[in-house]
Each structure stands twice: as structure tokens, then as C-alpha cells.
Ligand binder design. Structure first.
Ligand code: TYM
Length: 334
């Protein structure tokens, strides 16, 4: 297994990132066998596709690293680093940009969402973002990429790019990476709008539970989370057409390790006045220990910085090897 995944440092880590991806990173890391490797990185090159304040970017990068370590990523077992420290990511992205087709990128839904109405005014980087993401994965010849369901399309593109590169140059340089999207991990929705995913970029902090929120903040956000006036249904089928109710029940089920039906077996027929405090208990029980570790780590930023620098050195060993093969395959004099 060669496991690779990344996260953007554009805000704090939230429950969607945790349930959709990070929890799975930790599980996969903990199941590594001899000969397996895992690379987890903070995607700072991706972050600048939208305008970032430099000082904030630096602080967010450090905080995301601390949050990942608090969530269980161990720099002794996984290679943890920030992407910009490994210049081969950008170099491979250029080469793969010459393999990817414009028509393929035109189909990427995230660009459409992020560029909004002002497509002409979006950065070129935002458009070619999925090519950089393909480079991130292929640089380490990943076999498995644990991501949330919203990244599936980008991973399919990475497979298409790998296939075309191998075919065009008559090599078997890149294995096809498998997205690992656990069926039990839902796409976590905004607490204010069941139609939108929970996201770092939502201007309302009430829309998400950050891994760094205090117990009071978590309880308040869940208390104020949007719901509907009906009591909870008895079975999962009854959640149809009730996205806010579904989201809260799925969060409960995922964290408690139960099925949605089992949760509804207990709470079905009751209102949210009863369910929300029970949900808050489960969320707080999971996040409180992480929260404490996060604060302890941030008190020693030099430890985080050292871990990232060392991680980048280790990542570069593999990155350089892949680039040597890529240069040779393409016909560069180097
Ligand atoms: P990012 O930073 O938006 O999110 C990091 C991870 O969290 C998952 N995720 C969610 N899962 C469930 N519900 C949600 N509401 C939710 N929000 C986020 C994402 O699926 C992701 O797995 N482009 C990527 C970062 C990236 C990357 C890569 C990932 C760059 N290069 C190479 C994998 C491999 C991104 O913006 O994720």
C-alpha cells in the first residue's frame, strides 16, 4: 500500500474533514504493514488558487499540521509535510498539464463551484488545480487515496492522466490510484443548510464544527443547527427529503459506530430538543481529547515546524526518484 492524501490549509479542520477523510487516514496509518508507506500533506500550493493572506496561510499551515497530529497522524509512522516544500509537485504538475486535455478539465465541477459567476476572473491555477492534485498522488505512485466523496471526480481525472501518460510514452510509470471513500463516511453537510457541504470556506462559522471548538461552542452550534419541525422518523427511509435531519443523524451514527437505523430506533418519534443534546455529547466526547492535544501542540510550534521540515526531506527522496523516471520518459536531457 502506498497511501497519499492532502488537505488545504484555508481554515481550520472541521467535522466534515474529520469524518470524510482524516479519521480514515489515521485508521489506514495504524494498519500499515512493513513495506507500506503513507504520505499526508498540507496542500499549500492548492490554497493559493484563491487569494490568501501570507501570514494567515503560514499560521493555518501550522495549525492544520497540529490538528492532524492531534487527530492521530504520527510523523514517525507517516510522512507529514507541506506540499510547497517539495518542488517536485509543481514540476510534475507542469508535465502532467501537457498530458491532461482541456476537455477533461472543463468537466470538473469544483472549478465551476469555486469560480462562481466570474469564470473569466478566476485564476489559471484554480482551473488547473486538479492537474496539481493528480501530480500530488502520482508523484508517490500512490495505490490508495483516502478522500471524502467530493474529491472523487478529481481522483478519476488523476487515473485518466496516469493512463494517458503511460500510453503516450509507452511506460508503466504510474499505477492507477484507487480512491478510498469509506461507505460509512457521509458527506457532512453545513449546519445551516442541508443542501451545502460543511466547508472551511463557508463565511458562517455557525455552519461547521471545527476540531478546535470548545465544548460550549460545539453545544451552541448544534443547538442552533437548522432542522425541521417534525419528530425524527423510525427508520432511515423516513429521512428522505429531510437533509438537515439526515445530516445530524448521520453524524451521530458515524461517530458512535452505529447504523442510522439503530440510532433512529432509539430517537425515532422524539423531537430535536431531545436528540441535539445527545448528539452534542457524542461529538464532544470524540473531539475533546483532540482539542486538548491540539492546544498542547500549538504551545510548541517549533516541534510542528521541525516535523514538517523532516517530513518534506523524506517525501523528496521518493519525489526525486519519480521525477528522474518522468524526465527520462519524456525525453528531457536531465
Ligand atoms: P479539502 O481540503 O477540501 O478537504 C480535505 C479532505 O476532507 C474531505 N471533506 C469532506 N468530507 C466529507 N464531508 C465534507 N463536508 C467534507 N469537506 C471536506 C475532502 O474530501 C478531503 O478528502 N483538493 C483537496 C486537497 C488535495 C488532495 C490532493 C486530496 C490536494 N491534493 C491529493 C487527495 C489527494 C481538497 O481541497 O480537500
Amino acid at each position: 500500500m502506498r497511501i497519499v492524501s492532502g488537505i488545504q490549509p484555508t481554515g481550520s479542520l472541521h467535522l466534515g474533514n474529520y469524518l470524510g477523510a482524516i479519521r480514515n487516514w489515521v485508521l489506514m496509518q495504524d494498519a500499515l504493514n512493513a513495506g507500506d508507506q503513507a504520505w499526508f500533506f498540507i496542500a499549500d500550493l492548492h490554497a493559493i488558487t484563491l487569494r490568501q493572506e501570507p501570514a494567515e496561510l503560514r499560521q493555518n499551515t501550522r495549525e492544520i499540521a497540529a490538528a492532524l497530529m492531534a487527530a492521530g497522524i504520527d510523523p514517525a509512522r507517516s510522512i507529514l509535510f507541506n506540499q510547497a516544500r517539495v518542488p517536485e509537485h509543481a514540476e510534475l504538475a507542469w508535465v502532467l498539464g501537457c498530458t491532461a486535455r482541456i476537455g477533461w478539465l472543463n468537466r470538473m465541477t469544483q472549478f465551476k463551484e469555486k469560480s462562481g459567476k466570474d469564470r473569466e476572473g478566476a485564476s489559471v491555477g484554480l482551473y488547473t488545480y486538479p492537474v496539481l492534485q493528480a501530480a500530488d498522488v502520482l508523484l508517490y505512485r500512490a495505490s490508495h487515496v483516502p478522500v471524502g466523496d467530493d474529491q472523487k471526480q478529481h481522483l478519476e481525472l488523476a487515473r485518466d492522466i496516469a493512463t494517458k501518460f503511460n500510453t503516450d510514452y509507452g511506460v508503466e510509470l504510474f499505477p492507477l490510484p484507487e480512491p478510498t471513500i469509506p461507505p460509512s463516511s457521509p458527506r457532512v453537510r453545513s449546519l445551516r443548510d442541508g443542501g451545502a457541504k460543511m466547508s472551511k470556506s463557508d463565511p458562517s462559522d455557525q455552519s461547521r464544527i471545527n476540531l478546535t471548538d470548545s465544548e460550549d461552542e460545539i453545544r451552541n452550534k448544534l443547538k442552533r443547527a437548522k432542522t425541521d419541525p417534525e419528530p425524527l422518523p423510525e427508520t432511515a427511509a423516513g429521512l428522505e427529503g429531510r437533509p438537515e435531519a439526515r445530516n445530524l443523524v448521520e453524524i451521530y451514527a458515524t461517530l458512535s459506530g452505529e447504523s442510522v437505523d439503530a440510532v433512529l430506533g432509539r430517537f425515532g418519534g422524539h423531537g430535536f430538543g431531545q436528540f441535539k443534546p445527545a448528539l452534542a455529547d457524542v461529538v464532544v466526547a470524540h473531539l475533546a481529547p483532540m482539542n486538548q492535544r491540539f492546544r498542547d501542540l500549538l504551545a510548541s510550534p517549533e516541534l510542528i515546524d521541525r516535523a514538517l521540515a523532516e517530513g518534506a526531506e523524506r517525501a523528496r527522496e521518493t519525489a526525486r526518484e519519480t521525477m528522474r523516471d518522468v524526465r527520462k520518459a519524456v525525453g528531457f536531457f536531465a
